[in-house]
Design a protein around this ligand. Structure first.
Ligand code: MG
Length: 382
C-alpha cells in the first residue's frame, strides 16, 4: 500500500487526487492508503473529506478554520504544520496554490520521499533552492502537469538522458486567442480571455493560457525538472490538446505522449510510478479524432512567452520576478484595471528593475517576490 498525503485537498488537484483514489477502490485493486489531508481555510470541505476518508492527520493552516476542524473531527490529529505531511506518507501530492506550497516541496524532498508536484512556485520562483534537495536519498519529483508528465513518460524510452536528448517540445493549446493579431486583441474582454477551448481551469491560469505565459512558466519548469538548456526547449501550438508534449532524441526520433485531456492521468501516473495505474481515464477515439494540427507560436502577439525565456535564461531570482509581475498584471486585468495587451508590457517593465539577486534561501525568494510585486503595482498604476 502506498501511503498518500494530499496538500491542498480542497483545491482542483486535491479533489481530482481523491477521485483517482476513489476510482481505484471501485476498481477493486486499491494500492493506496490516504493518510493525510490539508487545506488552508475550507473548513466545511475538509471536515467532510476527513469524515469520508478517515486519514491519520489533517493539516489546516488558517487558525480559525483549524479550531473548528479540530472540534468537529474527533479521533483525528489536526495540526498547523504542512511540513508534517511528509512524515506520515510515501508520496505527497502538492496541490497547494502559491508560496505556501513551498514548505511542502522542501519538507517532502528533505524527508527523502516522492513529491507529486503541481505547485508552480516550487520550481519557478524557488528552483535554485529546490534543485539541490533532489539529491537527498529517496527524494524524487514526479511532475503533475500534463506537459511535464508527458516529457517524463517520453524520457523513459532513453536510458541515457539528458545526453541523448536533442530537444523537448512542449505543446500548447494556443488558448482562446490563437490566430489573432495583437491589434485585434486590444479590446478583448475578461470573459473572452476566460473561455479556454480545451481545459477547464481556474481564472488565473486560464488568463495565463490566453497570453501563453502558462507555457512560458512551463518552459522554465521543464528546464528545472529535466536539466535541458533553454535553446533545446521549444513550444509547439497544438490546438487539440491530445499530444501533451514530445521529446526529440539525437538520432531524430521523436517520442510523444497522447491521451485525452484529463488531469487525473498525470496524478495517477505520479502516484503509481514506475507502474501504470490500473484505472483508465478515457481512451482516444480514433474514429472521431480525424486530425492533429501543429503550428509555430506567434511570439510577436504573445510576448509573454519570450519574456519567460529571457527570465529563465537570466536565472537566479528572475523567474520569481517574472511570476510575481505576471500575477499582479493578471489580477489587474481580471479587476478590469488594465487591458489584456498590457499584461506583457507590465511584466517587461517590471523585469527592467530586476536586481540580479542570487537566492540563498527561501527568505531571498520571498523578498524577490515582494520587491517584484511592488514594481509591478507601480507599473499597473501608471
Ligand atoms: Mg500544463
Amino acid at each position: 500500500m502506498t501511503k498518500v498525503a494530499i496538500a491542498g485537498s480542497t483545491g482542483s488537484i486535491g479533489r481530482q487526487t481523491l477521485d483517482v483514489i476513489a476510482s481505484s477502490r471501485t476498481n477493486d485493486d486499491c494500492s493506496y492508503e490516504l493518510v493525510a489531508l490539508s487545506a488552508h481555510s475550507s473548513a466545511d470541505e475538509i471536515i467532510s473529506q476527513a469524515r469520508h476518508w478517515k486519514p491519520k492527520l489533517v493539516v489546516v493552516t488558517d487558525p480559525i478554520a483549524r479550531a473548528r476542524v479540530a472540534r468537529e473531527l474527533v479521533g483525528i490529529e489536526v495540526i498547523a504544520d504542512l511540513s508534517e505531511l511528509a512524515s506520515v506518507a510515501d508520496v505527497v501530492v502538492n496541490g497547494v496554490v502559491g508560496f505556501a506550497g513551498l514548505s511542502v516541496t522542501i519538507s517532502t524532498l528533505k524527508a527523502g520521499k516522492r513529491l507529486a508536484l503541481a505547485n508552480k512556485e516550487s520550481l519557478i520562483a524557488a528552483g535554485p533552492i529546490v534543485a539541490p534537495l533532489r539529491a537527498v536519498k529517496g527524494a524524487e519529483i514526479i511532475p503533475v502537469d500534463s506537459e511535464h508528465c508527458a516529457i517524463h513518460q517520453c524520457l523513459r524510452s532513453s536510458k541515457n538522458h539528458p545526453g541523448e536528448v536533442a530537444r523537448l517540445l512542449l505543446t500548447a493549446s494556443g488558448g482562446p486567442f490563437r490566430g489573432r493579431t495583437s491589434g485585434s486583441l486590444a479590446d478583448v474582454t475578461i470573459t473572452q480571455a476566460l473561455a479556454h477551448p480545451t481545459w477547464s481551469m481556474g481564472p488565473k491560469i486560464t488568463v495565463d493560457s490566453s497570453t501563453l505565459m502558462n507555457k512560458g512558466l512551463e518552459v522554465i519548469e521543464a528546464h528545472q525538472l529535466f536539466g535541458i538548456d533553454y535553446h533545446a526547449i521549444d513550444v509547439v501550438v497544438h490546438p487539440q490538446s491530445i499530444v501533451h508534449s514530445m521529446v526529440e532524441f539525437r538520432d531524430g526520433a521523436t517520442i510523444a505522449q497522447l491521451s485525452m485531456p484529463d488531469m487525473r492521468l498525470p496524478i495517477a501516473y505520479a502516484l503509481d510510478y514506475p507502474n501504470r495505474s490500473s484505472v483508465g481515464f478515457g481512451s482516444i477515439d480514433w474514429s472521431t479524432l480525424s486530425r492533429l494540427d501543429f503550428e509555430q507560436p506567434d511570439c510577436d502577439t504573445f510576448r509573454c512567452l519570450g519574456l519567460a525565456y529571457s527570465a529563465g535564461r537570466i536565472g537566479g531570482t528572475a523567474p520569481a520576478w517574472l511570476s510575481a509581475a505576471n500575477e499582479v498584471a493578471v489580477e489587474a486585468f481580471l479587476a478590469g484595471r488594465v487591458r489584456w495587451t498590457q499584461i506583457a508590457s507590465i511584466i517587461e517593465a517590471t523585469l527592467q528593475h530586476h536586481d540580479g539577486l542570487i537566492p540563498g534561501d527561501v527568505q531571498d525568494i520571498m523578498l524577490a517576490d515582494a520587491v517584484a510585486r511592488q514594481w509591478a503595482r507601480k507599473e499597473v498604476s501608471r
